[in-house]
Design a protein around this ligand. Sequence first.
Ligand SMILES: NC(=O)c1ccc[n+]([C@@H]2O[C@H](COP(=O)([O-])OP(=O)(O)OC[C@H]3O[C@@H](n4cnc5c(N)ncnc54)[C@H](OP(=O)(O)O)[C@@H]3O)[C@@H](O)[C@H]2O)c1
Length: 302
Amino acid sequence: MKKQVLITGGTGFVGRHLTQLLIDNGYNVSVLSRSKKENKPSISYYVWDIKEQFIDEEAVIKADYIIHLAGENIAGSRWTAERKKNIIDSRVTPISLINSVLKKHNKKLDAFISASGVGIYGAITDAKICKENTAAEDDFLGITCQNWEAAADTIASSTNRIVKVRTGLVLGKNGGFLKKMLPIFKWGLGSPLGSGKQYMPWIHIDDLCGIYLLALKKEEMNGAYNATIQDSTTNKEFSKTLTMIVGYKMWFPAVPAFILRLVLGEMAVIVLEGRRVSSSKIEKQGFRFKYINLETAIRSCL
Ligand SMILES: NC(=O)c1ccc[n+]([C@@H]2O[C@H](COP(=O)([O-])OP(=O)(O)OC[C@H]3O[C@@H](n4cnc5c(N)ncnc54)[C@H](OP(=O)(O)O)[C@@H]3O)[C@@H](O)[C@H]2O)c1
């Protein structure tokens, strides 16, 4: 019998891509969303209202696996105090809602797999390569990821495994970072941000979804895994590659850090700082990245 995978936030950039991959690999997929949607032949949609603590329990009862992707977009707009609270609450509260259903029905999952971010290592630019046992930082993204992962751990008694996918910058078609950046570069306005020396740990969406698929299949997988290729792409190199691909020479001066801080506020750290991240733990599980060359990865997203 086909295994049932419930994806929270499955309507988003990663979720849509992952849904198709799972269907292609013989899974049934259900999606928890804040709005009602028409079911499709291999996708059932369920509704929840996190603020009202409402969840269609059937979604959880029928699931063998849950993949938790839902959460307010981190780079959506300035980090006001209210937005910061929503960013954390929209990732943590859904887990306690799911957990209450699991407990109520005495149900045990094959695995609970949650997104997390490489932001757990902090918005810092230095030479260190962060592994899964590197200490978390206490800046906003670090705290967000720590709360998110700690919430995932509360599912422990209702699941055989918990996997946390510490995701880097996802490159794919029709979403994420490239959707925002490509138009700017296509207008010939692309340039490095700040010093341009900050690292940009990236991953192609096919590889990210491949890691989620591996986490479903591989019973040895437990705990946190970095999901990003281990290279040392800097923001300047990224911008140069993107400019070359869209057919310009980079002529626009680097955007000064103070302007970015003025426009984006505290959120500017997302683009002004970045760490190098190790991928050895996931590779030891047998995962092989399809995209390790930035130019090839970006070209596949056009
Ligand atoms: N994309 C990246 O580069 C990247 C990098 C690191 C980590 N991640 C993490 O990976 C996960 C998936 O990323 P993504 O790019 O697919 O995100 P996305 O496109 O923004 O999709 C997230 C989904 O979460 C739901 N959602 C949005 N706001 C919510 C709220 N306030 N409360 C509850 N649900 C909400 C939405 O589904 P409904 O409207 O159907 O409810 C949305 O489709 C996210 O948690 C993200 O933080 C992504």
